[in-house]
Design a protein around this ligand. Structure first.
Ligand code: SF4
Length: 413
């Protein structure tokens, strides 16, 4: 079965320990992008459904987590993947900065094992409560080029409802350390929060800009099932802004950021010219990438995967995998994975769907290859997609109704 539901969990992902190594006759699509997932946080935010555990509940010291992540990377490297020409390395989570002093060493070792390019983009996600000036300095020395700071709001009341373990003052201070160190700063903020109105949202966006970032991620809150926040909303204890209010907040942010010189290059991402995230752009443009650590996802070109010893059925063009979201198993040298296989057309459809997240949209050749031209025409008739400079791009309304647009493109009809 291709596309849709994951195909299987667990071994045999690889044909065997001795099978496969991408050698001298390397296929062209070696992953040049590596994501490493650090699965711990100080505490659990009320809205979070990412795989991360409160650090107090994790029976492993930070150094052991860092070692395990490195060992898993080495296992890929020894199969000829994640070696040489790595253009972006992204250490995310969870909260990587919870690894404290073990984090810079992990970054340096990953950079060596992955043989990252001289001008690689090396990003570390950080939370304000676990960043210190000394850690910022050692991260810079370890080769980090960019810090993505999870702030979410500059209202202490909103932060408290989200269960964030920091306040706005700590966020400003942490951002200042990053900017003072010369590293590029990205700040995340969220709208649609309980108790938020357009005025507090505007204040958060203005405060985020005031921190001096070169990049901002601006998201609407997703209320995920089985989270404390979802329970509180279902019980009537909290209310969130409605869709129209969220749409107005996103539009306000777009205007404010444009006025400050930030270009919107993806539905949720804004950057000063030249500061677009190269790593995330790789996700949206169908570039293969490795995912390391529990809960991480990766994508490989089928030929590359086969050459590395991954079992890939005939007719498959792309292999997606997710490392099992389990601390012990997911930190293993060769962890269990959930695999999804995509045919050539499914891979093209996926590229079209992801490409429509970008402001520049997709070209006619990709739309034709993906078999989605009719779908795009019908979305255009509804004002959800438009023709921009000879390409197909989502409109603002299309982005607001993103599930509808991406779902119909994925369905191809
Ligand atoms: S810091 Fe991020 S990953 Fe950690 S619990 Fe909060 S939202 Fe989840």
């Amino acid at each position: 079965m291709m596309g849709g539901d994951p195909e299987h969990t667990g071994p045999p992902f690889f044909a065997g320990d001795d099978a496969g190594h991408v050698g001298a006759d390397r296929p062209p699509a070696l992953p040049r992008h590596v994501y490493v997932h650090v699965p711990v946080c100080r505490s659990k935010c009320t809205y979070c459904d990412f795989f991360s555990l409160p650090v107090d509940s994790v029976p492993m010291p930070p150094a052991a987590i860092a070692d395990a992540l490195l060992n898993q990377t080495r296992a890929w490297a020894e199969r000829g993947l994640a070696v040489g020409g790595v253009d972006t390395l992204y250490i995310g989570g969870g909260t990587p900065t919870m690894l404290g002093d073990a984090l810079p060493g992990l970054v340096s070792a990953l950079a060596i094992w992955c043989e990252v390019e001289q001008d690689a983009e090396v990003t570390v996600e950080a939370n304000p409560d676990s960043l210190t000036p000394a850690l910022v300095e050692t991260l810079a020395m370890a080769g980090v080029t960019r810090v993505s700071l999870g702030v979410q709001s500059f209202s202490d009341a909103e932060l408290a409802v989200l269960g964030r373990p920091h306040d706005a003052t700590e966020a400003r201070r942490a951002a200042g350390w990053v900017v003072d160190s010369g590293l590029a700063l990205s700040v995340d903020v969220m709208c649609g929060l309980p108790g938020q109105d357009e005025s507090s949202w505007r204040a958060s966006v203005a405060a985020a800009v005031g921190c001096g970032p070169s990049h901002l991620s601006v998201y609407p809150l997703q209320v995920e099932d089985d989270t404390p926040l979802a329970s509180a909303i279902a019980a009537g204890e909290l209310t969130v802004p409605d869709e129209d209010e969220v749409a107005a907040m996103l539009a306000a942010a777009s205007k404010m950021l444009a006025a400050e010189g930030f270009g919107r290059y993806e539905v949720a991402n804004y950057a000063r010219p030249g500061s677009e995230s190269r790593h995330n752009t790789a996700y949206w443009t169908g570039r293969p990438y490795l995912g390391i650590g529990p809960g991480a996802h990766g994508m490989l070109d089928a030929r590359t995967a086969r050459a590395a010893g991954v079992i890939v059925p005939d007719g498959v063009a792309r292999v997606r995998y997710g490392v099992t979201p389990d601390l012990r198993e997911g930190l293993g040298v060769m962890p269990e994975v959930e695999v999804e296989y995509l045919s050539g057309q499914e891979a093209a459809r996926e590229d079209a769907m992801l490409g429509l997240r970008r402001t520049r949209g997709i070209d006619d050749a990709l739309a034709a290859r993906a078999g989605v031209v009719q779908a795009l025409k019908s979305l255009a008739a509804e004002g959800l997609v438009s023709r921009v400079s000879g390409r197909w791009a989502a409109t603002d309304r299309g982005w607001l109704l993103g599930n509808e647009v991406f779902g119909r493109v994925w369905a191809g009809g």
